[in-house]
Design a protein around this ligand. Structure first.
Ligand SMILES: CC1=C(CCC(=O)O)c2cc3nc(cc4[nH]c(cc5[nH]c(cc1n2)c(C)c5CCC(=O)O)c(CCC(=O)O)c4C)C(CCC(=O)O)=C3C
Ligand SMILES: [Fe+2]
Length: 395
């Protein structure tokens, strides 16, 4: 299995592109779309096998798995994530049909049924060989980009389809309007609500929450040559989006828009001796009363839908921390199947099929538009090192 499933069709960097930003310069004849999800258990008996799938070879302590299993057990062993992705798949298909696009839209998961490899086999059996994937993950890092690409490569290899099927992937979409606007809308509503209740901007703290990852992975997120400092592309992308949301709210004179915001992390796992991105959302909430804060708004900026990381780690744990701290608290919505988000994903599919140049691609921060095609070392896992990945290109 080679690193370069797309190397024959994807030139490395066109002179017309932003320096070092490989994008596809020829229109692409994709014949199927693949919505690639994380996967989640759908009953009590699925919980442990699912957790083993997720943590295979990752050195997550047993106590942590036991602990996470109780979150799923609390909801009957069912994560809502699969239903959310079923809805998203149907919404994508409907929007594509509305635009006259006839590609079949498959859905497959990294960690639970329907598994990527079964779906790839099904697509190939139906005669589809040029697949364009949309992963349910907006930012750059091992967990949020490369691991999806490695699992595509593994699916192609285990099905023996690596010579006949290619899987490419649309760019990371953290700063596209379809992804950002549903968050901005939810925050605007929540700011207006706490303002109407009498909280002044200096008493309101907005916490943009995302998944913590090992600091070493964060440092290696994005292309090697970008060098975005501590936290890497992963943290820089989140900060850039949060900043843009706030500058737009302030420019509009929105209620409460003079509040302060911070980027915080959640759902840390791994060994306590390994550094992960901080501060933790609950730790920060506990400190806020001493900073004269009376209302906290939690924006789940790292997530696409209200899956377990949101329902448990934010709606149970973070909201409880806020109650203990005596704070008014609101957790704002995720994009889910918001029509604007769905339309934005179809825009991404269209721009890739048409090979639009970067200047014609929507992007709300100076970091974007992000790369279509990842370079070999992009988002590599700091500890596990090289594994073959699809949707990449040769040096
Ligand atoms: C960056 C990131 C995203 C966002 C990008 C994306 O969405 O892809 C994400 C999403 C998700 N993470 C999820 C669930 C889990 N993540 C775990 C473990 C880990 N996540 C990590 C990172 C991320 N995770 C990391 C570095 C680990 C440590 C192990 C490893 O290095 O791989 C574990 C193991 C137990 C634990 O340690 O918590 C579970 C059960 C679910 C499904 C929720 C549901 O079922 O509704 C979703 C959407
Ligand atoms: Fe995770």
């Amino acid at each position: 299995m080679s690193e370069t499933t797309a190397a024959t069709t994807v030139p490395y960097a066109s002179p017309a592109s932003r320096a070092g930003n490989p994008y596809v310069s020829e229109p692409q004849d994709y014949d199927a779309i693949l919505l690639a999800g994380f996967g989640g258990p759908e009953g009590q008996d699925d919980v442990i096998p699912f957790l083993r799938n997720v943590t295979r070879g990752r050195g997550i302590p047993d106590e942590r798995l036991e602990e996470v299993a109780t979150h799923y057990r609390h909801f009957g062993g069912v994560s809502p994530i699969n239903d959310q992705n079923r809805q998203l798949r149907a919404a994508l298909e409907a929007e594509m049909r509305r635009r006259g696009m006839t590609h079949p839209v498959y859905w497959g998961n990294r960690n639970w049924d329907p598994y990527l490899e079964d779906v790839v086999r099904e697509a190939a059996a139906a005669g589809h060989h040029r697949i364009l994937a949309v992963a349910t993950s907006a930012y750059s890092s091992y967990s949020s980009c490369r691991q999806y690409r490695e699992d595509f490569a593994r699916a192609l290899e285990s099905t023996g389809l690596q010579e006949t099927v290619t899987i490419d992937k649309v760019r990371q979409f953290f700063d596209t309007p379809g992804f950002v606007e549903p968050f901005a809308e939810g925050l605007r509503t929540a700011l207006a609500e706490v303002t109407a209740e009498g909280h002044d901007p200096e008493q309101i703290r907005v916490l943009f929450a995302t998944h913590s990852i090992p600091s070493a992975d964060a440092l290696r997120s994005g292309p090697e040559e970008l060098n975005l400092g501590e936290g890497g592309a992963y943290a820089a992308q989140h900060r850039a989006v949060a900043e843009r949301i706030f500058s737009d709210l302030r420019a509009d004179g929105a209620d409460g828009a003079e509040a302060t915001w911070e980027l915080v992390y959640q759902s840390r796992s791994g060994s306590p001796s390994t550094p992960w991105l901080e501060p933790d959302v609950c730790d920060r909430i506990a400190e806020l009363p001493a900073e004269n804060v009376t209302a906290v708004l939690i924006v789940p900026l790292g997530f696409l839908s209200d899956h377990m990381e949101v329902l448990w780690d934010l709606d149970e744990e973070a909201l409880e921390a806020a109650a203990e701290a005596g704070l008014r608290a609101i957790r704002t919505p995720t994009p889910g199947s918001h029509p604007r988000f769905v339309a934005g994903l179809v825009d991404l599919i269209e721009e890739r099929i048409a090979a639009r140049p970067p200047a014609q691609r929507p992007s709300l921060t100076e970091l974007g538009p992000w790369y279509d095609v990842c370079r070999p070392g992009c988002c590599e896992n700091a500890r596990l090192g090289f594994k073959p990945a699809a949707a990449g290109c040769a040096p």
